[in-house]
Ligand binder design. Structure first.
Ligand SMILES: Nc1ncnc2c1ncn2[C@@H]1O[C@H](COP(=O)(O)OP(=O)(O)O)[C@@H](O)[C@H]1O
Ligand SMILES: O=C(OP(=O)(O)O)[C@H](O)COP(=O)(O)O
Length: 403
């Protein structure tokens, strides 16, 4: 994989450089609540502007449905990027249309333009190779060189991640190089016991990863929205909680295999429930209940692991030598449901293990709950990406950067 240092050595002055970043930051009411992913791409953008490149920064944000949707505009991220760079950043209100071309044509060496959300275009995420290729051709027309630095999206076979680098000279940015360096070590020299903590809301993505983790980890602790498919698989009722009904047989098979292989699955013993999903804007008290994990009342929604579970998980992490954590334990954005995530974040710090926290929301949670991000072994900007990397899978966005 050629890195950006080689590009800089070759010279980029006056060249149009397309930086595929992951600026998929959490937003509340249109405001960025954590800018970690924007800060993570600064070294790459600053090196390029410093060398006189015309820099085009592109990213997805959220999961819009292949058409413009103001709720998912990249404008707030572009503004924040400008603040962090300390200079104005042009913003194009389309991705490959006239506004994007005008913004790029208007760039002087050392200047930056952000184009609108890549996923406003159906070609970006299409499963149809020809449709993705056509969109990649349009993106390629904007630039002379490609720098891949959106680590959080390298597991996606999307036009800007996978097809575009094939059309331009391509290099890995500093973030991708750093992430891969740390995670590679984790695949080669894992100190045991190796504990993996999984939570969050992207349940179908992450359940698949467990198949492979059963071969690698000694202990797997489950929290977040994933919990309820496990509880249901054990025969418990889960009320109105998040549930992947179709995955129940898969989870049952995981539980069986774990027992055969001596891998310890640790599931919640208690759950914090409420009558519905909390209002994350108002953040008013919701008066939740804590109930045993096998007694979630009908109509109640599980929104965090309970305090007994938090204590159990801390104990299960205390003697681990390696811990990988992806996915908040609950709806940490509301103070009533942040306890489990806070407890796990603290348990990682209390343990002597090498600790890796992966994922946009997990990394944001650590910072928003007031923990020192530098106290962890590594904070990865990618959750799904780091999990799939640790599985040993070939990731489309990394393969595309190979020569
Ligand atoms: N029990 C739950 N029910 C619904 N959502 C949950 C639950 N637990 C956690 N979440 C949500 O999961 C989201 C993060 O999930 P995800 O995107 O998978 O994590 P990451 O970005 O770290 O990979 C958070 O916004 C959080 O509110
Ligand atoms: O937030 C992301 O992944 P993550 O939640 O696994 O860290 C990336 O921006 C990828 O987004 P996607 O899961 O909508 O493809």
């Amino acid at each position: 994989m050629k890195t950006i240092d080689e590009l800089l050595a070759e010279g980029v002055s006056g060249k149009r450089v397309f930086v595929r970043a992951d600026l998929n930051v959490p937003l509340a009411d249109g405001q960025i609540t954590d800018d970690g992913r924007i800060r993570a791409v600064l070294p790459t953008v600053e090196a390029l502007t410093g060398a006189g490149a015309k820099v085009i920064v592109a990213s997805h944000l959220g999961r819009p449905k292949g058409a413009p949707d103001p709720a998912f505009s990249l404008l707030p991220a572009a503004e924040r990027l400008g603040e962090l760079l300390g200079k104005p950043v042009a913003f194009a209100q389309d991705t490959v249309g006239p506004a994007a071309h005008a913004a790029v044509d208007g760039l002087e060496p050392g200047q930056v333009a952000v184009i609108e959300n890549l996923r406003f275009n159906p070609g970006e995420t299409s499963k149809d190779d020809a449709e993705r290729a056509a969109f990649a051709d349009e993106l390629a027309a904007l630039a002379d060189v490609y720098v891949g630095d959106g680590f959080g999206a390298v597991h996606r076979k999307h036009a800007s991640v996978y097809d575009l680098p094939a059309r331009l000279p391509h290099y890995a940015g500093y973030l991708i190089a750093t992430e891969v360096g740390v995670l590679q070590k984790l695949t080669e020299e894992v100190q045991r016991p190796y504990a993996v903590v999984l939570g969050g809301a992207k349940v179908s993505d992450k359940l698949g990863v467990i198949d492979n983790l059963l071969e690698k980890a000694d202990r797997i602790l489950i929290g977040g929205g994933m919990v309820f498919t496990f509880l249901k698989a054990k025969g418990y009722e889960v009320g109105a909680s998040m549930l992947q009904e179709d995955q129940i047989p898969v989870v049952q098979e995981y539980l069986k295999r774990a027992e055969e292989k001596g891998v310890e699955f640790v599931l919640p013993v208690d759950v914090v429930v409420s009558g519905g999903f909390p209002d994350l804007k108002a953040k008013e008290p919701t008066h939740p209940d804590t109930v045993p994990a096998d007694a979630i009342p009908a109509g109640q929604m599980g929104l965090d692991i309970g305090p007994a579970t938090a204590e159990l998980y801390a104990a299960k992490l205390a003697d681990a030598r390696t811990i990988f954590w992806n996915g908040p334990m609950g709806v940490f954005e509301h103070p009533d449901y942040a306890g489990g995530t806070r407890a796990v974040a603290q348990a990682l710090l209390d343990s002597p293990a090498f600790t890796v926290v992966g994922g946009g929301d997990s990394a944001a949670a650590v910072r928003l709950l007031g923990f020192d991000e530098n106290a962890y072994g590594h904070i990865s900007t990618g959750g799904g990406a780091s999990l799939e990397y640790l599985e040993g899978k070939t990731l489309p966005g990394l393969a595309a950067l190979e020569d």
